[in-house]
Ligand binder design. Structure first.
Ligand SMILES: NC(=O)c1ccc[n+]([C@@H]2O[C@H](COP(=O)([O-])OP(=O)(O)OC[C@H]3O[C@@H](n4cnc5c(N)ncnc54)[C@H](O)[C@@H]3O)[C@@H](O)[C@H]2O)c1
Length: 272
């Protein structure tokens, strides 16, 4: 181990939702440390990204495969392409997800009593079934290969109920917004899924952990920011790059005795 404790050089790491705000920062940080990156995303690769990974694609260190994680065929297609380019992946970061930021439409974020079951299905499909299928198809290949680390991305709203008072300011402009139930329920499910697979694949030398994130700054409404900041002991939202250290830790040998666990990074939000 020694100085290689945090090394991820030449390890192949798959990042679902790797074109998104936080996923692209994982790709950049992993790429800077010499990992091979596989970006899976249902969106098209359109620049600019929050964190530019084009240089990694240009130099052959990363590939982008348009993939829908709710579709098994799409995931098998991705696995074939990954295996022919880099071999069996070592790391899998299940990061793709659907959320309802504070400035999104109030139509799909109304009160619980009227919450649309189609939206419930869509969120559960991506945030929970998508993680299940990604583990079933990509994780199984890792287990067969006898090595790997899976990181499932959770949210503080999977541990704590969202504080709906943060969104009350939307009422002043005549519309009600509620952080919806499907997001919390789907993110809560991630803990059970991670623990199940951690025990199931321990014999295959594949570790499975959850990384729970607090909110990331993304030009949210200032009324929301003011209230959110008051709830966080560190007094601010996260920058997506601030989660990179945990990603390196969880992929590398530095966390070799850690599986079935949950690492919380929330600026202290859940500490009081
Ligand atoms: N942003 C935050 O404040 C925050 C806080 C806690 C947890 N998280 C979690 O972090 C993760 C990333 O969040 P983000 O803010 O970067 O979101 P984002 O919307 O910027 O990125 C999500 C990415 O997932 C992709 N995606 C959506 N459905 C997909 C599908 N079916 N198949 C493949 N890709 C799909 C999208 O195209 C997008 O590129 C999510 O799991 C989210 O729940 C975010």
């Amino acid at each position: 181990m020694g100085s290689n404790l945090f090394s991820i050089k030449d390890k192949t790491v798959v990042v679902t939702g790797g074109l998104g705000q936080i996923g692209s920062s994982y790709c950049q940080i992993l790429g800077e440390r010499g990992a091979n990156i596989v970006i899976l995303d249902s969106s098209e690769y359109n620049l600019p990204l929050e964190h530019n990974t084009t240089n990694l694609i240009d130099n052959g260190q990363a590939i982008y495969i348009q993939t829908d994680i709710t579709d098994k065929k799409s995931l098998y297609n991705a696995l074939n392409k990954i295996e022919s380019k880099f071999g069996t992946p070592f790391g899998l970061i299940n990061n793709a997800g659907l959320d309802s930021p504070p400035n999104s439409s109030s139509q799909s974020n109304g009160p619980f009593e009227e919450y649309d079951e189609k939206i419930w299905d869509k969120v559960i499909d991506v945030n929970l079934k998508g993680v299940f299928l990604s583990c079933q198809i990509l994780g199984s290949a890792m287990a067969k290969n006898g090595a790997g680390s899976i990181i499932n991305i959770g949210s503080i709203y999977g541990i704590l109920s969202p504080d709906q008072r943060l969104y009350e300011y939307r009422k002043f402009s005549g519309e009600a917004f509620f952080k919806p139930i499907a997001y919390s329920a789907s993110k809560s499910g991630i803990y059970g899924l991670s623990r199940y697979l951690a025990t199931y694949w321990a014999k295959n030398n594949v570790r499975v952990n959850t990384l729970t994130l607090g909110g990331v700054f993304n030009n949210q409404d200032k009324e929301f920011l003011n209230e959110y900041h008051k709830k966080v002991p560190l007094g601010r939202m996260a920058k997506s790059e601030e989660y990179g250290g945990a990603i390196i830790f969880l992929i590398s040998e530095a966390s070799s005795y850690m599986t079935g666990s949950n690492l919380v990074m929330d600026g202290g939000l859940s500490a009081w």
